[in-house]
Every structure is written in structure tokens, then in C-alpha cells.
Design a protein around this ligand. Structure first.
Ligand code: NAD
Length: 483
């Protein structure tokens, strides 16, 4: 365990650490104990941070891609060297098991290394020739950093959601003001410490811990910010977009999901059970990509449910540092109550509880919940339609491939989907028919920096990761010359 000081500075502005006026109580969700208090900022801290980033942009935007790549690699190495400590911070502050925290840290390293590579590649194609249907003119294309950017991230994957924005923003040559979630500042503060030692010029990266209203809202509205990249809930995403609209700044939004796992009639049932548990219970289900709708072919439904229930009841819910833990705690009391409320409303709507729904008997403290499975969930109920963001799966059977696809697509969201089938042709046909930004075929929810992240409909505006993640922080300039 880590011994935290009573208070921590929550501001890193223009290369200096300082304490702000907002006191953020940081809780260990597995014990409900206070870990520390982070002294975060408000609008005046945002003002200072944006001013520092604006000044730093002048020099940083002129650096070469190779220079930026070297710093991104220093950050990746710093994260690698601090891996164990960062894992402990994640588990202490977020409640996720150590093995999940390790996956997160490795993802952060891979993301910074990937964007280092892309940054290096930018120098050769900074100015590229554009063929024209005329001998009288020539044209070249330049990709330039879009300016000072505001990054706002949630608590469910602290550091990962940050890396997916920060690495491409720095690679592009943007300077940054980051607002981490007030719920999980500890891993983000450590990441900021690593960044502070990476050789990045002062003012290029600024961190302002604080509440959404005190920090995220003024950041979204600041006219000096060229773009806001936000990951979080739809309700807040709409507010960010509204504030950004006042000064016509660009927005990238990564929002909620209500995704499906489709188990087709020829599926390997053991694999289907593993994927259902992974998609529903990883990170205690607090994933925008949770496959909380499990759709299973009629022929397999009874046997699948028996096996799924048996597996879910065996999942070891425990302290995140327990070596045998499979599922940790939910992040805080508010989230815990929200998920319990969804379970209650589901029961009132007539859904049938197959297992779970309560606190595990051996865990009297902490925000722990049993893996929970429902069937017979009404299609118009909140349980079926809304994002639960907890370890709750709804299972429903289907009679045909067309019905399964229609059920999966019948949502305001369209983030991801998973398909289990032994037939490669069927897998591709179904994947092509699903309205989702990422479809996994017989695969767990693996994510690579090379493939895009984001979804259809109300799940996203834009894409993160891959070259698309970099393009999101670039402006396109064409220069046309008379010959
Ligand atoms: P949230 O929307 O409550 O908060 C996200 C961030 O926004 C926090 O840093 C918060 O401080 C800030 N914020 C709050 N109010 C604000 C305001 N008025 N203006 C500007 N910023 C404000 O989300 P959360 O509860 O932290 O995270 C859970 C949500 O995030 C879920 O809906 C989940 O689906 C979504 N999420 C999406 C993805 C994705 O890639 N699509 C990934 C992770 C999480």
C-alpha cells in the first residue's frame, strides 16, 4: 500500500506545481477511506494554464516531429519505469484489480510510443505536393498543430483516456491544458510528474485538477482554446459542445455506449461465456465499451445461461490488491448507488434477476457488487436502453441473424460490438451490418493504438487512436502558387 501525504498540489502550470483553492477528497473505493486531499483549481487556474499553454505554443509548434518524438519516448520510458507505482495508484484510487491496472499502464506506454513514431514520420511529409489539373499553378499541403487544446477525461480509465488524447496532441505540436476527473486524480498527478521530467518545455503541458464545473466548464468556453477533446458522459458532452460552440471551437467527443455481444447458433459456448464475462464485468462493468446486452441464438440460450450464471457466481470479487481478485470495487458511492438504482428499476420493470444484484456477503465495506445477470428485460426499460456502467448484463435470445442485428443496432449509441461464431464468412457479414466503431470477432476487447477508437451515433464525434487521433489535433493548410 502507499502512504499518501495529507494533501497534494493539484496544479501543474507553466512547469510549476502549486496548490489551488478547491479541496478534492480522494477516496479508496475498496475501503471507503480517505486517501488524501488534492488541492485543485478553478477558473483562475484555468486562465493561468491557458495563458501558459498559449505562450508555450509559439515555440513548441515550431519543433520538428523528431524532437517531439524524443520527448514522447521519454514519457513512455518514464511510465515504464514507474509501472508498479502507477498500478498501485490506479488500484488504490479507482478500485480496479492490479492485473487490470497493469493492462492500463501498458496501454499508456504503447500509446506514447506509437505517437512518437507518427511524430517522427511528420517531418518527411510536412509539405506534400498536391497534383493539380493545371500547369499554371502548384499546390502544397501542410498539416499544422491546431493550437492550444483542452483535454477533459473521466475516471474509469484514468491515464489511458488521457494518453489517447495527450500523446497525439503533443505529437501534432499542440500545447495542452488537461483536466483529469476529480474522482481519480492520483494516477494522473503521477503521470504529470513523469511528464514534468521528460524534457518537455514548460507550459506545453498543464494540469488543472478540479471539478467539472470549476475547471472543465471554463476550459470548454475559453476563446484561446482551439479544440476541446472530451471523454465522459453524454450529459456533460452536450454541455461541453454547447460551451465550445460559442467560440466555434472544434470538439472531439467520446461518450457513452450500450453495446452488444452476439452469440450466433454455431458459437463455441465456453468462449461465449468468457467473452460475456470480460465484456460485462471487466473494470466492474464501468466501461463505455461494456457489452451489457448479450444476444444469444435461441438454440443455445438455455445452456448458455446455465454456464454463464455458474461462471459469474464464481467470479472472485475482492480487494483490488488481493492476488486472486477477478473483479474489484466500483469507483465511488455515487456510482455504486447509480448502479443499484438501475438494478431496482429493472426489477420494477419486470426483468428477471438470474444472479447477483447485491453486495457480496464477505465484503461489508467498499463499493463492491456481485456480477449481475438479468433476463426477460423489457425492450423499453432503462436497463435495456441506458448505459448502466456497472457489472450488469442483460441476456436475450433471438430467432435469426437479422433479429440479432436489429436488436444490437436498436440504440442511440453505437460504440462497439462483439460476435461469436465459428463461421468466418458469417462473422464478417454480421460485423459489416453492425452500427459500431469497433467490432471484435471471437476476440476479447483488445485495443491497439493502430486501430481507431470511437463509435456511431451518440457515442462519439471523431475518432481517437491511429492516424485519425493525430489528425484530430491538426489543421490542414493548402498553399497554391501561380507559376
Ligand atoms: P462525466 O461526464 O461525469 O465526467 C467526465 C469529465 O468531465 C470529468 O473530468 C469531469 O470533471 C468533467 N466535467 C463534469 N462536468 C463538466 C462540465 N459541465 N463541463 C466540462 N467538464 C465537465 O463522466 P464520468 O462519470 O467521469 O465517466 C463516465 C462516462 O464516460 C460514461 O458515460 C462513459 O461511457 C464515458 N466514457 C466514454 C469513453 C469512450 O471512449 N467513448 C471512455 C471512457 C468513458
Amino acid at each position: 500500500m502507499i502512504n499518501f501525504p495529507t494533501t497534494l498540489d493539484g496544479l501543474y502550470i507553466n512547469g510549476q506545481w502549486s496548490a489551488g483553492r478547491e479541496h478534492l477528497r480522494v477516496i479508496n473505493p475498496a475501503t471507503e477511506a480517505l486517501l488524501t486531499t488534492v488541492n485543485g483549481g478553478d477558473e483562475s487556474a484555468v486562465n493561468q494554464a491557458v495563458a501558459a499553454a498559449t505562450e508555450a505554443f509559439k515555440g513548441w509548434s515550431k519543433t520538428t516531429g523528431a524532437e517531439r518524438a524524443a520527448i514522447l519516448r521519454n514519457i513512455a520510458n518514464g511510465v515504464r519505469n514507474g509501472r508498479e507505482h502507477l498500478m498501485k495508484l490506479q488500484s488504490s484510487n479507482n478500485g480496479k484489480p492490479q492485473f487490470e491496472a497493469g493492462i492500463d499502464v501498458d496501454d499508456v506506454i504503447a500509446t506514447f510510443e506509437y505517437y512518437a513514431e507518427l511524430a517522427e514520420g511528420l517531418d518527411a511529409k510536412l509539405d506534400s505536393n498536391v497534383p493539380l489539373p493545371s500547369d499554371d499553378f502548384s499546390a502544397r499541403l501542410r498539416r499544422e498543430p491546431c493550437g492550444v487544446v483542452g483535454l477533459i477525461v473521466p475516471w474509469n480509465f484514468p491515464m489511458v483516456t488521457t494518453a489517447w488524447k495527450l500523446a497525439p496532441a503533443l505529437a501534432a505540436g499542440c500545447s495542452v491544458v488537461l483536466e483529469p476527473s476529480e474522482v481519480t486524480p492520483l494516477p494522473e498527478l503521477e503521470l504529470a510528474t513523469i511528464i514534468a521530467e521528460s524534457g518537455l518545455p514548460k507550459g506545453v503541458f498543464n494540469l488543472v485538477c478540479g471539478t467539472g464545473l470549476a475547471v472543465g466548464a471554463p476550459l470548454s468556453a475559453d476563446p484561446r482554446i482551439a479544440k476541446v477533446s472530451f471523454t465522459g458522459s453524454n450529459a456533460v458532452g452536450v454541455q461541453v459542445m454547447q460551451r465550445a460552440a460559442e467560440t466555434v471551437k472544434g470538439v472531439s467527443l467520446e461518450l457513452g455506449g450500450k453495446s452488444s455481444l452476439l452469440i450466433l447458433e454455431d458459437a463455441d459456448l465456453d468462449l461465449a461465456v468468457e467473452l460475456a464475462c470480460g465484456g460485462g464485468f471487466f473494470n466492474a462493468g464501468q466501461m463505455c465499451s461494456a457489452t451489457s446486452r448479450v444476444l444469444v441464438a435461441d438454440e443455445l440460450a438455455d445452456e448458455f445461461l446455465i454456464r454463464l450464471k455458474a461462471r459469474a457466481e464464481k467470479i472472485r470479487v475482492a480487494d483490488p490488491f488481493d492476488p486472486e481478485v477477478e473483479m474489484g470495487a466500483l469507483v465511488n458511492q455515487a456510482q455504486y448507488q447509480r448502479v443499484l438504482g438501475h438494478i431496482d428499476r429493472g426489477l420494477s420493470a419486470g426483468a428477471k434477476l438470474i444472479c447477483g444484484g447485491n453486495r457480496p456477503a464477505d465484503l461489508p465495506r467498499g463499493y463492491f457488487l456481485q456480477p449481475t445477470i438479468f433476463t426477460e428485460v423489457p425492450l423499453d426499460s432503462a436497463l435495456w436502453c441506458e448505459e448502466i456502467f456497472g457489472p450488469v448484463i442483460c441476456v436475450r435470445s433471438f430467432a435469426s441473424e437479422a433479429e440479432a442485428i436489429a436488436l444490437a443496432n436498436d440504440s442511440q449509441f453505437g460504440l462497439v460490438a462483439s460476435v461469436v461464431t465459428r463461421n468466418a464468412e458469417t462473422a464478417d457479414r454480421v460485423a459489416n451490418a453492425l452500427q459500431a466503431g469497433l467490432v471484435w470477432l471471437n476476440a476479447p476487447q483488445v485495443i491497439f493504438p493502430q486501430t481507431a477508437w470511437g463509435g456511431y451515433k451518440q457515442s462519439s464525434i471523431g475518432r481517437e487512436l491511429g492516424p485519425w487521433g493525430l489528425a484530430a489535433f491538426q489543421e490542414i493548410k493548402h498553399v497554391i502558387r501561380a507559376l
